[in-house]
Write a protein that binds this ligand. Structure first.
Ligand code: NAP
Length: 298
C-alpha cells in the first residue's frame, strides 16, 4: 500500500510536545494543507501559532472539529473523555478521529461512550516516542522518525479511517504496528509506566531525606536512571490512574523482585546476585543493542 497521504485539514486538540511535533512533520513532508490547533490556554495556542506550528488557532473545540477532516487528540489522558464528548457534538460522518494517549483501554472506552455512531471512525494511537519536555516549544520535526506508533483499533473500526491514521504516521516517519488495547496497556505498564513511577518515587524519596547534599554527588548513572522524573507530573498522574489495573500488577511483581534482591544482599548471597545482574545485562544488551552501542561510543 502507498504511504503517500494528503489530508486537507487536520485539527490538533492540544498542541504540545506530541501534537506540535506531529504538526511540524506533517507540514514538512507536505501531508497536510492546513493545521488547525486548539489548546486549553490561549497562551499555548498563540505560541503554537507564532512558532508556525499551526496555521489557525481555534477558540473552541467545536470550531476546530467542524473545519477538520482528521481530528487528533493530543492532550493529557485525563482530559480526553470530556474532549471526546465535545468532539462528538461537532464531528461529521466522514471525519477520522484519533489520539496519541499513552493508555489505550480507558480511552477506547471513553471514545465508545462519547462518540456513539462515530465511534467506528475513532482509531486509538500511541507514538512510542517522546521526551521529558513539555509544550509546543519542545516540539521536534523528527520526533517520530524511525519510532513505533501503536494503533489499537476495535474490531468494528472503519478500515478507511484506520488506513488514514496509519498513513499519517508513516508520513511522519514512524513504523506503525497494531495490537489490542489490552495488550498495549500490559506492555506499556511494564516498559514505560512502571519505570516512570520508579523514577518519580526514587527522586522524591531522596529529596525527602534529611540531608541536602545527596544530589551533589549524583553521577551519570543517577542522571540516566532519573531523567524521566523530569517529565510532566500531570501527564504521568493521568497515565497511572488510567492504567491502574495493569500498573498495579507490575508494581506488585516488582516489589517482590526488589524484596528478593534485598534478601540476597542481606544474606550476602553473591552468587545469586551475580546471576541476576548478569541476566539483566545480557537481556538489556540483547534487546536494546543500538542504544547501548551509541552511548558507549560517546
Ligand atoms: P504537553 O506537551 O504537555 O502538551 C499537552 C497539550 O494539551 C498542551 O497544548 C495543553 O495546552 C493541551 N491541553 C491540556 N489539557 C487540555 C484540555 N483540557 N483541553 C485542551 N487542551 C489541553 O503533553 P505531551 O507530552 O504532548 O503529551 C500529550 C499526550 O501524548 C498525552 O496523552 C501523553 O500521554 C501522550 N504521549 C506523550 C509522550 C511523551 O513522551 N511526552 C509520548 C507518547 C505519548 P495548555 O498548554 O494550554 O495546557
Amino acid at each position: 500500500m502507498s504511504t503517500a497521504i494528503k489530508i486537507d485539514r487536520i485539527a490538533i486538540i492540544g498542541v504540545g510536545l506530541i501534537g506540535g511535533s506531529l504538526a511540524l512533520v506533517l507540514k514538512q513532508v507536505g501531508a497536510v494543507n492546513k493545521i488547525i490547533g486548539y489548546c486549553r490556554s490561549r497562551e499555548s495556542g498563540q505560541l503554537a501559532l507564532d512558532l508556525g506550528v499551526i496555521d489557525h488557532l481555534a477558540s473552541t473545540v467545536d470550531e476546530a472539529v467542524t473545519q477538520a477532516d482528521v481530528v487528533v487528540l493530543a492532550t493529557p489522558v485525563g482530559a480526553m473523555p470530556s474532549l471526546l464528548e465535545a468532539v462528538a457534538k461537532s464531528v461529521g460522518p466522514e471525519v477520522v478521529i484519533t489520539d496519541v494517549g499513552s493508555v489505550k483501554q480507558s480511552i477506547s472506552k471513553a471514545a465508545g461512550d462519547a462518540l456513539g455512531k462515530h465511534a467506528h471512525r475513532f482509531v486509538p494511537g500511541h507514538p512510542v516516542a517522546g521526551a521529558e519536555y513539555s509544550g509546543v516549544s519542545a516540539a521536534k520535526v523528527d520526533l517520530f522518525r524511525g519510532k513505533r506508533v501503536i494503533l489499537t483499533p476495535q474490531q468494528d473500526a472503519d478500515l478507511q479511517a484506520c488506513a488514514v491514521v496509519q498513513r499519517m504516521w508513516q508520513a511522519a516517519g514512524a513504523e506503525v504496528i497494531e495490537m489490542s488495547a489490552k495488550q498495549h496497556d500490559e506492555i506499556l505498564a511494564a516498559t514505560s509506566h512502571l519505570p516512570h513511577v520508579l523514577a518519580f518515587a526514587l527522586v522524591d524519596w531522596l529529596a525527602q531525606q534529611d540531608r541536602g547534599d545527596l544530589f551533589d554527588f549524583a553521577a551519570g548513572g543517577f542522571y540516566d536512571f532519573t531523567r524521566i522524573a523530569s517529565s510532566d507530573p500531570a501527564m504521568w498522574r493521568d497515565i497511572c490512574v488510567a492504567n491502574k489495573q495493569q500498573l498495579l500488577i507490575r508494581l506488585q511483581d516488582f516489589q517482590k523482585a526488589i524484596g528478593d534482591i534485598a534478601g540476597l544482599i542481606d544474606s550476602e548471597n553473591a552468587d545469586e546476585l551475580m546471576k541476576i545482574f548478569e541476566r539483566a545485562k545480557a537481556a538489556r544488551d540483547l534487546t536494546l543493542p543500538q542504544r547501548s552501542d551509541s552511548r558507549n561510543k560517546k
